[in-house]
Design a protein around this ligand. Structure first.
Ligand SMILES: Cc1cc2nc3c(=O)[nH]c(=O)nc-3n(C[C@H](O)[C@H](O)[C@H](O)COP(=O)(O)OP(=O)(O)OC[C@H]3O[C@@H](n4cnc5c(N)ncnc54)[C@H](O)[C@@H]3O)c2cc1C
Length: 577
């Protein structure tokens, strides 16, 4: 059942307690309660997603960042970005960040997963072994406009009977054919490919999104539907914040602490009442790449010296907790378009109201889409001067250094008018940041420092992305449609490395993809937070399943990798307990 308040929870002995009803937590809630003998408790800090219309309408996703359904975090001043402080949205609602995200569905490359297998020494994390889980997650459905998707997707690499609906764009953009023609005519690294989710994404292809029947498909809608919530052995409590995990009585080996107890706040007062609940088998942290290390540190699991400095008693010395925070840098470049019917037209309140009317009555029309339909993934050339000073950060030769998400609007630049452009990201950043405690009050936000652009590689790759975007729109297929550069760029600036990088430092941001703050590593190595089976090192009874366990960020928007981790983790947990 779904409870609005922890005081409504029946007195049950729980086998598993899952902290965080986000992406991974929703998957685990469903999977672990498949065995009706196991009592499963899922605790979520945010409210239910039920009836939140903005979370259903794909086009409205930007409105979910900032406000009730967001943790409303900010980063520390980012030195690589001229000390700018950035908003750092994280979902604060059932389904977590998949209830507020931009719905891109990208698995990353086979190389990415094979590198996880390599660094953890567990071939279970390889692309080949994870592939069955990739299929298990997905239900590839028709796009909202019902168009024929032949040649736009490779059905043989997709699942059709999973829980999460995936589809091709449900609303055409007027640039669609031009993008296809440009990719074909330019060829080379822009060459058209059939499907970016085959493990080999290099080239230009159609985007898939977590959208089905014109609506967002999230971890909550896909994994915690009514029939699952009605299971007598699944107990989901929203509006409930976990402050710490606590050591239970040590079992067996006296020197190993067992963390099977969670401490729950009944109010957000620093000294308010706390409730403790203990799991018979395991506690699983799925609070995300910010929430999970935050809970661990408050629990005394982290770097001994740093914890002492905050007045928190260290219980387990794990210096990697909160380290290795990695995100993708993101920016946007736009050109004025010779058109009055670009995606920007929808900003007109009257048009938007009409479109909402259409969505509301038919689940069709422009609001069924996110306004980006095609993406190109590229590598830096082998003879790039950057290789004189930097090792290739990509996991392999089929892994891109640059992502170009082709947009038919001003996107998030805030400009008014009619545009084409690209969202530009660096899928293989070398910068690493950290998450540390600012205070010992669990309700204060931690220091979140993704340390963007601290590596010169990231700035260099972004500069190349800007030039690649210009190369694409300079092609003759755009004659008569693409006008002049808009925003801070001119052609002279783009020709100048320093000037372009200066603009990037002033304007770029992150891609909402924090990972790596509780990374998995081999057993018995001096770094990392969890073993390859996702158990926290040096303790018992505690696992982590969410974006924080990724040892390297994949060349992907991170929701698909989290779903994949969570589906495998569910089997690991079922097999072991
Ligand atoms: C604005 C935005 C846009 C994005 N766009 C995309 C995209 O287009 N494509 C893509 O692939 N990825 C995207 N992402 C990233 C992707 O959504 C995340 O990487 C992924 O969902 C993270 O999953 P998770 O399980 O690690 O964490 P989350 O899904 O964030 O789940 C963590 C959950 O734990 C809860 N929680 C945290 N702390 C506590 C606590 N102390 N007590 C109780 N509950 C707690 C949170 O409220 C949340 O529900 C985006 C993210 C954001 C924020």
């Amino acid at each position: 059942a779904l409870y609005q308040d922890i005081s409504h929870l029946p007195r049950v002995q729980f086998d598993y307690i899952i902290v965080g009803g986000g992406t991974a937590g929703s998957v685990l809630g469903r999977r672990l309660s498949e065995n009706s003998r196991h009592q499963v408790l899922l605790l979520e800090s945010g409210p239910s997603n039920d009836g939140v219309v903005a979370s259903q309408v794909p086009y409205f996703h930007p409105s979910l960042s900032g406000g009730t359904y967001d943790w409303n975090y900010t980063t520390t001043p980012q030195a690589g970005f001229n000390d700018r402080v950035l908003d750092y949205p994280r979902g604060h609602i059932l389904g977590g960040s998949t209830t507020i995200n931009a719905m891109f569905w990208t698995r990353g490359t086979a190389d990415d997963y094979d590198r996880w297998a390599e660094v953890t020494g567990d071939s279970g994390w390889s692309w080949k072994r994870l592939f069955p889980y990739m299929l298990k997650i997905e239900r590839l459905v028709s796009p909202a406009d019902g168009h024929n998707t032949k040649g736009q997707v490779d059905p043989s690499v997709h699942g059709t009977s999973g829980n999460l609906k995936i589809s091709l764009p449900g609303w055409p953009l007027e640039i669609g054919k031009r993008v296809e023609d440009t990719a074909r005519e330019l060829g080379g690294d822009f060459k058209p490919i059939l499907d970016m989710n085959s493990g080999k994404p290099l080239g230009t292809s159609w985007l898939q999104c977590t959208i089905g029947d014109g609506e967002r498909s999230s971890a909550a809608t896909a994994y915690l539907g009514r029939s699952v919530l009605n299971r007598p052995n699944l107990h989901v409590v929203v509006n409930t914040r976990v402050t710490r995990v606590l050591p239970s009585s040590a079992r067996g080996n006296n020197y190993v602490l067992s963390f099977r107890t969670v401490e729950i706040a009944t109010s957000l007062e620093p000294n308010g009442t706390r409730v403790e609940l203990t799991a018979r088998k395991e506690v699983i942290l799925s609070a995300g790449a910010v929430g999970t290390p935050h809970i661990l540190l408050h629990s005394g699991i982290g770097d001994r010296t740093a914890l002492n400095a905050q007045g928190i008693r260290p219980l387990v010395h794990l210096p990697s907790v909160g380290q290795n925070l990695t995100d993708h840098p993101l920016t946007m470049i736009v050109w004025n378009a010779n058109s009055t019917t670009t995606g920007d037209a929808l900003r007109d309140p009257t048009k938007q109201a009409q479109a909402f009317e259409q969505w509301n009555s038919t689940r069709r029309g422009p609001l069924t889409s996110i306004g980006i339909n095609q993406v190109a993934w590229l590598r830096l050339p082998n003879d790039s001067p950057i290789w004189e000073t930097h090792e290739d950060p990509a996991a392999g030769k089929n892994t891109p250094h640059i992502e170009l998400a082709i947009d038919n609007s001003a996107g998030f630049t805030g400009l008014t008018g009619f545009f084409v452009g690209m969202g530009l990201a660096v899928p293989t950043p070398l910068s690493r940041g950290s998450l540390t405690l600012r205070t010992s009050n669990p309700f204060d936000q931690p220091n979140i420092d993704p340390n963007l652009f601290s590596s010169p590689f990231d700035a260099f790759a972004m500069l190349q992305a800007v030039r690649k975007a210009r190369e694409f729109f300079n092609h003759s297929t755009w004659d008569g449609y693409v006008l002049n550069l808009a925003g801070p760029y001119t052609n002279e600036i783009i020709d100048d490395d320093e000037k372009t990088i200066a603009i990037l430092r002033d304007t770029a941001s992150h891609a909402w993809h924090p990972v790596g703050t509780a990374a998995m590593s081999r057993r018995n190595v001096g770094w990392g937070v969890v073993d390859p089976d996702l158990r926290v090192k040096g303790v018992t009874g505690l696992r982590i399943v969410d974006a924080s366990v990724m040892p390297f960020i994949p060349a992907a928007h991170t929701q698909a990798p989290v779903y994949i981790i969570a589906e495998r983790a569910a089997d690991l947990i079922k097999e072991s307990t």
